[in-house]
Design a protein. Structure first.
Length: 119
C-alpha cells in the first residue's frame, strides 16, 4: 500500500493533460479550498459516482481517562463524513482477493509496485 501525496497527483495530472505543473497546482488547491470552505459552512458536497462529503455533529459525551480512570467531559464537535459513491465502491471491491483482509496489504508485493507504476 502506497501513500500518494498531493504533489504526486499534481504531477500526474500535469503530465496527463500536458499542462504546466504550476497551473494544475493552483487549480487543485482552489478545488480543495472550496471543499473546505463549503464544509465549513455546513454544506453537503456531492460528486456523482465518487461520493458525498458532509459534516455531522458528534454529541457531547463523558469519556474516561485510561490512566487515572477520571471521568472527563468531551464537548460536542463537528466532524466530516465521507460516503463512497457507486464507482468508488465498484473500484474498491474489484480484485479484493489480491489483498490480505486482515492487513489490507497486497498478498503479492509486486501488486503494490505495479499499482504505483501504473497509477
Amino acid at each position: 500500500m502506497a501513500t500518494i501525496t498531493k504533489k504526486e497527483l499534481i504531477d500526474r495530472i500535469a503530465e496527463a493533460t500536458d499542462s504546466k505543473r504550476v497551473q494544475v497546482k493552483r487549480i487543485v488547491q482552489m478545488f480543495l479550498d472550496q471543499i473546505v470552505d463549503e464544509l465549513g459552512e455546513g454544506n453537503r458536497l456531492e460528486f456523482r459516482d465518487f461520493g458525498v462529503f458532509e459534516t455531522k455533529v458528534r454529541a457531547a459525551r463523558t469519556a474516561q481517562n485510561p490512566k487515572t480512570l477520571e471521568r472527563v467531559p468531551v464537548p460536542a464537535k463537528r466532524t466530516i463524513r465521507f460516503k463512497a459513491g457507486r464507482l468508488m465502491k465498484e473500484r474498491l471491491t474489484e480484485n479484493t482477493d489480491r489483498f490480505d483482509p486482515a492487513t489490507g496489504l497486497p498478498v503479492d508485493p509486486s501488486i503494490a509496485s505495479s499499482n504505483r507504476a501504473t497509477g
